[in-house]
Design a binder for this molecule. Structure first.
Ligand SMILES: [Cu+2]
Length: 196
């Protein structure tokens, strides 16, 4: 009974009404896109934010195989250098510049970039800081830019958090907390912990 009712309407549906529907759907999509763009512009607070700051653990035996080449543990060093990765979100209409970083966990904090030259990975200090173009997201990530923590006063243990202050040319000083993890997402450290 139901199958005989479902079949015959095919020819009627697929001519004019479908064309009309396609046009109006496209118009609706365009209108939606325009509205989304407008509301996104209105909602963007126009601030510069730093998010997802994290560090590899430094304690002996806690390095993972995913550690970057620059952070390979040195058996002779009790406390190796630490590193911080993060994302800078410049929601403003103005270019900005990360000038320097400071952390109480180490003696010296520098901005570095890992570069490949002649097949070797080397770290290059960035004494003039890093430009953060207007309305852009700049990533500090393994194999690239990073904040180098030189002469650590303490080990960075998995799950710990420590303060880092970042000085920008326009945005001023921004305080963040770096989480000691095994990777860019916190999932890795959460997975290994016992379920509550
Ligand atoms: Cu470095």
């Amino acid at each position: 009974m139901s199958s005989s009712l479902a079949k015959p309407t095919r020819g009627v549906d697929s001519t004019v009404p479908q064309t009309l529907r396609r046009v109006s759907a496209r118009r609706r999509w365009l209108l939606g896109a325009v509205l989304l763009t407008i509301s996104a512009c209105e909602r963007t607070p126009g601030t510069l934010d730093v998010r997802n700051a994290w560090s590899w653990p430094t304690a002996p035996g806690r390095y993972q195989e995913t550690s970057p080449p620059s952070a390979s543990p040195d058996a002779d060093q009790e406390l190796g250098p630490g590193v911080v990765y993060l994302e800078i979100v410049n929601g403003t209409r103005q270019d900005d510049r990360l000038l320097s970083a400071e952390a109480a966990v180490c003696r010296v904090t520098e901005l570095h970039e890992t570069r490949e030259s002649e097949g070797r990975m080397t770290m290059v200090p960035l004494p003039h800081g890093v430009e953060v173009p207007a309305r852009s997201v700049l990533s500090f990530e393994p194999g690239g830019r990073h904040v180098m923590l030189i002469d650590l006063h303490q080990d960075l243990l998995l799950g710990q958090r420590f303060d880092l202050s970042l000085e920008f040319e326009n945005a001023g000083v921004i305080l963040v907390q770096s989480e000691v993890r095994r990777g860019a997402t916190s999932e890795a450290s959460e997975d290994s912990s016992d379920r509550p």
